[in-house]
Ligand binder design. Structure first.
Ligand code: AMP
Length: 250
């Protein structure tokens, strides 16, 4: 399978080539055709599977036709890091399209966001709280929205965003194409899906397997000894740079 089979608009296809993608990932193969056909899709996929392009490419393709300067696609994500990442992917894949994307999230001054919204964009990538602020202040016009993406829905649930999401949904046009992505599917996500998705197609990809050069080890250890263990491991492992993932920033 190649990206040609999706028959993307040439300016969108140019972004795929510029990104160096030659073969669609499994989530892209499964999700891009139904999303391009206008269906609601529930994607069970985690980060690293190529899920961002799976929704970004059909959205860019759709927005090539129709009015500019109105918010026509809204992507809601749990964290500003993810929002920036999605915005970055859309900006690079959509480089040739002249479509504009901007981000909306809290913890930063709201005024530059208001200015950017005034200048106009077709795609907004937002975190729920700040988006709701803009809706309440009337600084975002979502009356022309066509596509809604709820990305990492399980994270948004864990972070307590569902009440905000439901409030946001109440301000959106009734007729929308909605895409929901989640790595896991607990009952709460199923419930939200049944509320927001119409006749959805479910696409699922298995967990991505690590490169064969990666070995895994698990060390059961008392919490108070974790730091000492980590330091020991670092001292006794022959390695250059190290990437450590932790649960919280602390
Ligand atoms: P994501 O799961 O959306 O966070 O994507 C994970 C990474 O895979 C990103 O760095 C993408 O740029 C990259 N990626 C997405 N689709 C493809 C593809 N078809 N071929 C190669 N890399 C890709």
């Amino acid at each position: 399978m190649s990206f040609h089979s999706f028959q993307l608009h040439p300016q969108v296809a140019a972004g795929v080539s510029a990104a160096g993608y030659s073969t669609p990932t499994p989530i892209q193969t499964q999700a891009i055709p139904p999303v391009m056909a206008g269906r609601d899709v529930m994607g069970l996929a985690q980060t690293g599977t190529g899920k961002t392009a799976a929704f970004a490419l059909p959205i860019l393709n759709r927005l090539m036709d129709g009015p500019r300067g109105q918010v026509r696609a809204l992507i809601i994500a749990p964290t500003r890091e993810l929002a920036e990442q999605i915005h970055g992917a859309i900006t690079s894949l959509g480089e040739q399209t002249r479509l504009r994307s901007l981000t909306v999230y809290g913890g930063v001054n709201i005024n530059p966001q208001i200015q950017k919204l005034k200048r106009g964009a077709e795609i907004v990538v937002a975190c729920p709280g700040r988006l709701l602020d803009h809706i309440r202040q009337g600084t975002i016009d979502l009356s022309r929205l066509e596509v809604l993406v709820l990305d990492e829905a399980d994270q948004m649930f864990d972070m307590g965003f569902f009440p905000d999401i439901r409030r946001i949904l109440g301000h959106l046009p009734a007729k929308l194409q909605t895409l929901l992505f989640s790595a896991t599917m607990p009952a709460e996500i199923r419930k939200l899906s049944s509320e927001v998705l119409r006749d959805p197609l479910t696409v699922q990809v298995d967990r991505v397997s690590p490169a064969t050069t990666v070995s895994h080890a698990l060390y059961p250890v008392a919490p108070h000894l974790k730091t000492d263990l980590l330091l020991q491991l670092l001292e006794h492992t022959d390695t250059g740079s190290v990437l450590i993932f932790t649960r919280t920033k602390h």
